[in-house]
Design a protein around this ligand. Structure first.
Ligand code: ADP
Ligand code: GN1
Ligand code: MG
Length: 362
């Protein structure tokens, strides 16, 4: 988007002050995010990815309900609802999002200032803080009626469906890429049974359906720029029904790696058990007494599953020609796939040790 286009869009929202600058912001893979600075304050403008989110009314209504619920809890606890949760700025006409003449969708949030969003923890405390933030968020949603919202992406973390989508992409092989990713394909095929395990536990009722965040990577939490303490959970696009082990597991997938998600040198990519302990302490420590025993004990498997599933999704997107996740270089989704599968192997090796860690929180 050009500066002029961004300025034209932002003027259609109830913002304060005159626009001083605007530019791309953050490292999300899905939406187009811009930081807008006005003479009065800063805002986040997002062009919502409507290829990924087909029903924007539903998406925004889910977010509004979860934000309203969060803000009530924050106020009750004496906190600052504009800093500890996101705040939507309505359009001039009073709607939560804007649809322009080209059929593109936009929304504006208050920019939560003096914070950082990290792609890798600088210290163990950063990761601990993200565990506290997502654990508290899960605790807050414990009292939220799941019937109030609907799935914006059905089967988002249904790993069996993700496996089937992969098989379809492999059969079509429309970019002729399957030949160069034989090892990765074998890895997925060997894990077909694993893909069923959490889905089966949810079906049987061994695990409880809750309302979960579903995209708990480290850069979806803001930390205070000075103190490093958790400020707010962000990126609520995927708030839907799910298992608490999805939220725990997705954080572990991203944050317990010794390297970035797209590291090309696999020698640098390892699963860190010490970081797993740190996250367990933050997340499970904040949820004291709120989880079923089966839920706490599902965390090691949930971590494996979320990492496997994400790898399968990256590989599927690679086979389909990189149409879902934003890519910045050739083979980007393939490098992402490889880090995930390396982590899965190491988590499988450390499964018993992970279980011993989470059992401390029973
Ligand atoms: P995506 O779905 O593409 O990941 P996000 O909603 O996560 O989009 O936003 C991308 C990035 O923008 C975040 O990782 C964060 O750095 C920044 N960001 C988003 N919302 C805010 C906000 N309200 N205040 C400060 N930074 C934000
Ligand atoms: C996407 O939106 P973002 O960048 O926070 C994706 C997640 C993946 C993640 C992998 C809606 O997250 O599911 O785990 O990339 N979000 C969506 O980095 O698909
Ligand atoms: Mg994000």
């Amino acid at each position: 988007m050009t500066t002029q286009q961004i300025t034209d869009v932002i003027k259609k929202f109830q913002i304060e002050g005159e626009v001083l600058s605007c530019g791309r912001y953050g490292d999300g893979h899905i939406n187009d995010t811009f930081l807008i600075v006005t003479t009065a304050r800063k805002y986040i403008l997002q062009r919502i990815n409507n290829m990924v989110f087909k029903d924007i009314d539903l998406l925004m209504s889910n977010i509004q309900k979860v934000l309203a619920h969060s803000k009530k809890s924050i106020i009750a606890a004496g906190g600052d609802p504009e800093r500890e949760s996101m705040t939507l700025i309505p359009t001039l006409k009073g709607y939560s999002f804007l649809k322009d003449e080209d059929g593109k969708f936009y929304r504006v949030y208050i920019f939560i200032d003096n914070t950082v969003s990290l792609n890798m923890a600088r210290t163990q405390d950063d990761f601990y803080q993200s565990g506290v933030a997502f654990g508290k968020f899960a605790g807050m949603l414990d009292g939220f009626d799941a019937n109030e919202i609907r799935d914006v992406i059905p089967n988002f973390h249904n790993t069996v469906v993700r496996f089937d989508n992969f098989i379809n992409a492999l059969s079509a092989d429309k970019m002729n890429r399957a030949v160069e990713v034989k090892d990765e394909i074998d890895f997925v095929l060997k894990h077909e049974d694993t893909c069923h395990r959490i889905v089966d536990m949810l079906k049987k009722g061994t695990l409880k359906w809750r309302v979960t965040h579903n995209d708990t990577k480290l850069n979806n939490v803001l930390l205070d720029a000075q103190t490093g303490k958790a400020v707010s959970v962000i990126d609520l696009d995927t708030v839907m029904k799910g298992s608490v082990c999805y939220d725990f597991g997705d954080s572990v997938r991203f944050g317990c790696s010794t390297a970035l998600e797209d590291e090309e040198d696999l020698n640098k990519v390892h699963f860190s058990l010490p970081l797993f302990e740190v996250y367990s302490d933050g997340f499970l420590g904040s949820l004291d007494g709120k989880l079923l025993k089966t839920e706490t004990e599902s965390m090691p498997l949930g971590s494996i599953m979320m990492t496997l599933e994400c790898g399968i999704r990256f590989l599927t997107d690679y086979l389909e020609g990189d149409t879902y996740f934003r890519v910045h270089k050739d083979k980007h989704n393939l490098y992402r796939t490889r880090t995930q599968f390396r982590l899965v192997e190491e988590m499988e090796r450390d499964y018993d040790k992970m279980m011993a860690v989470v059992r401390r929180y029973l």
